[in-house]
Design a protein around this ligand. Structure first.
Ligand code: HEM
Length: 310
């Protein structure tokens, strides 16, 4: 018997704009350069691209700029959430929450994540249903065959931090996926004072968006940038010059707190899906769209045919 998963997504409208965002942003860059004025969420905004410029913004937190998400995001997340607090409160809160993502804590989560993923597959298999994975999960699905080939011969039955760390190629597949289609396309700031950035004046009170997707797109450390080449991450690029050219998790004091957890989760998910499930993408590799985060145009219909139970 064959079972099917549909990754359902409601249309957000303006599909022609969503589909061609990369092209649109490239066109804007060609016309206006790496720093330009625009209008987002009803606010006067400066869009900032490129490692050196983004570095100033990310390291200028509390001095030049302050994290400020659009009102809608702030309302959804709540005023007391880490992303929405500042100064000493942010520092204290972040330090406390970081304990939940320490190496020891992550070690404890691995079997739980593994069980959850297994339970999810088992729940899906007996029925023909519609279900959803998060965008990164969906993105990763179509790159999985690469992992199977590369990590063959490894014992993937009992996962722990050490065994996950040994999955070098899988790690590269995750990194390359986050390079080509960063799930968080950028971060929002507000200028605390009028300051100069690479010759441009940023007025006090204006919003500043640092762009992750544009910055990856213009990064010199990634030749043949359109190609999916996980191998490019097998050798670490020399640290300093490349530091802000690859920023899927942001940087500076607002760097993603869930970064290590996300990487563990994605690796466990990949191991489970590669080693235990048999599946095929019904439409082959998808075309990705953005709105507001990345997702496959066809919702990635996938046929799961069996699951190997431990
Ligand atoms: C692949 C998965 C993920 C990506 C690509 C990602 C990306 C990001 C980025 C780019 C930022 C910085 C935003 C900024 O500069 O303002 C950020 C911040 C944040 N992320 Fe993530 N994230 C991921 C997963 C997670 C997970 C799993 C959690 C929690 C369990 C999480 C919690 C947060 C929080 C709380 C912040 C705000 C940090 C602060 O303001 O100090 N993220 N994330």
């Amino acid at each position: 018997m064959k079972y099917y998963i549909q990754f359902k997504r409601e249309s957000l409208g303006f599909p022609e704009l969503l589909g061609s965002r990369k092209t649109f942003l490239r066109m804007k860059r060609e016309k206006y350069g790496y720093i330009y004025r625009t209008h987002l969420f009803g606010n006067r905004t400066v869009r900032v691209t490129g490692a050196d410029n983004v570095k100033q913004i990310l390291l200028g937190e509390h001095r030049l700029v302050s994290a400020q998400w659009p009102a809608s995001v702030r309302a959804i997340l709540g005023t007391e959430t880490l992303s929405n607090v500042h100064g000493a409160q942010h520092k204290t809160k972040k330090k406390a929450i970081l304990r939940a993502f320490s190496r020891e804590a992550l070690e404890l989560y691995i079997p739980v994540i593994q069980e959850e993923v297994q339970a999810a597959w088992l729940a899906l298999l007996p029925h023909s249903i519609e279900a959803g994975l998060n965008p990164t999960g969906r993105l990763l699905l179509w790159n999985l065959a690469l992992c199977v080939q590369a990590e063959q011969g490894m014992d993937l039955q009992s996962l722990n931090i050490e065994s996950l760390e040994q999955l070098k190629y899988t790690g590269c597949v995750i990194k390359e996926t986050l390079r080509i289609n960063p799930p968080v396309p950028g971060g929002f700031r507000v200028a605390l004072k009028t300051f100069e950035l690479n010759g441009y004046q940023i007025p006090k009170g204006w919003n500043v968006v640092y762009s992750i997707c544009d910055t990856h797109d213009v990064a010199e450390i990634f030749p043949d940038k359109e190609d999916f080449q996980p191998e490019r991450f097998l050798t670490d690029p020399c640290a300093d010059s490349s530091r802000f050219q690859y920023i899927p998790f942001g940087g500076g004091s607002r760097m993603c707190i869930g970064k290590e957890f996300a990487k563990v989760l994605l690796k466990v998910f990949l191991v489970e899906v590669v080693t235990k499930c048999h599946w095929t993408l019904l439409n082959g590799p998808p075309t990705m769209k953005t709105g507001p985060t990345v997702y496959p145009e066809d919702n990635l219909p996938t046929k799961f045919t069996s699951y190997v139970h431990n």
